[in-house]
Design a protein around this ligand. Structure first.
Ligand SMILES: [Zn+2]
Length: 379
């Protein structure tokens, strides 16, 4: 449905694309998603991410209804890290365009109504955040996209980034032309994208190619809430900031059902570049030496479904994803894509070297890893 709506909008060909992005950040940045749930209850996983960020100066993306309060709390204990404050309204509200009435963003309106820059200035002052995202609702079709772009056209503050929380279908081959055309019709400015889906849209090469094409036209854009490998590929292809969420699943659009989690959160294993249950690793490494993390001084395939072990996984993921980002960004910009491609190939080889008896079946390689490796052989 969404794809058909996107396809209906006017398209432009890749040959006509011009680079219109604004240099949003001097230094590309990897951020970690750090936000509690709406109840405000303490979450050991979030605590682990915040501690890591404070130790290393890693950027944070705080997405929650209480993001300004949480950001202020982070600022109180951590003056080093950059922080993006995101009210996350798009999680529950979609842009409404009906009978001439448009609801695309939420502002605390007074009399006269507050301008979006004034709203952001107050938010940044109150929270101490480095950047604020526009309080955008979710975009599900071409009309909603035009409405949101119009509602945010007056953004002028460099610290306020136009946020487009949009169905990941816009990156598909039949839709990306229309999406780029809509962006080309609006005032050039930095964009932040959150690509929603019911699962893992970046497990298809065409979606990854769509993101690369978007970043080629809008270098310096922010990409929020993606899995580690998608984040790395985006950074290697011009993103200004990426944030990595706690699971491989894409953020959900309003009304999309949550996928049940297993007893343990997924763990990021750097040698295989996988983000999956530790019990999978236990199967894959059966009869071999367990995967080991020097930083955590711990085995990575043996956890119990306890809060302590969930926190241990969160601590490991935070440093491992941060390590991946730092490794990539230590390369010259022109060398990053090739360095990442070589590392992806090594991870694929590491899968092939596993010798566990899985009943004749080889380990199921992460779909995004497979898709990125396939792109290297076809592009
Ligand atoms: Zn570790």
């Amino acid at each position: 449905m969404a794809r058909a709506l996107w396809r209906a909008s006017a398209g432009i060909g890749a040959a006509h694309e011009k680079v219109v992005g604004v240099d949003l950040l001097r230094t590309p940045t990897l951020a970690l998603v750090a936000a509690g749930d709406a109840s405000g209850s303490p979450d050991p996983s979030v605590d682990a991410v915040r501690r890591l960020a404070a130790e290393r100066g890693t950027a944070l993306h705080v997405c929650s209804p209480a993001s300004h309060v949480e950001t202020r709390e982070i600022r109180r204990t951590n003056v080093v890290s950059s922080v993006v404050v995101d009210a996350g309204l798009w999680r529950s509200r979609a842009v409404q365009v009906a009978r001439g009435a448009v609801a695309a963003v939420s502002l605390q309106v007074g009399s006269p109504p507050m301008r979006i820059d004034e709203w952001a200035a107050g938010l940044l002052r109150e929270s101490g955040a480095t950047w604020a995202l526009t309080p955008s609702f979710h975009v599900g079709d071409a009309a909603a996209l035009d409405a949101l772009l119009a509602a945010t056209e007056q953004v002028r503050m460099p610290e306020l980034v136009t946020h487009l929380p949009v169905d990941a279908g816009v990156l598909a081959p039949g839709a990306i032309d229309g999406f780029l055309a809509a962006l080309a019709r609006t005032r050039p400015r930095p964009f932040a994208f959150t690509f929603t889906a019911g699962g893992t849209p970046f497990d298809r090469p065409q979606t990854l190619l769509g993101l690369r094409r978007l970043l080629a036209v809008h270098p310096g854009s922010h990409v929020y809430g993606v899995a580690p490998l998608v984040a790395a590929d985006a950074l290697a292809h011009g993103a200004g900031l990426v944030s990595v969420g706690p699971s491989a699943l894409a953020p959900r659009a309003p009304g999309v059902a949550e996928v049940a989690e297993g007893p343990l959160p997924a763990l990021f294993l750097e040698t295989l570049l996988e983000l999956r249950s530790p019990s999978d690793y236990a199967d894959w490494f059966a009869g071999e030496e367990s995967p080991w993390c020097d930083t955590c001084a711990a085995r990575l395939d043996l956890f119990d479904p306890t809060d302590a072990d969930r926190a241990a996984i969160a601590r490991h993921n935070a440093h491992a994803v941060d390590d991946l980002g730092r490794w990539l960004l230590a390369h010259d910009p022109a060398d990053r894509a090739a360095a990442l491609a070589a590392r992806l190939a090594d991870a694929l080889d590491a899968h092939a070297a596993l010798t566990a008896d899985l009943g004749g079946a080889a380990p199921v390689v992460d779909a995004t890893l497979s898709a990125l490796c396939a792109l290297e052989t076809t592009t």
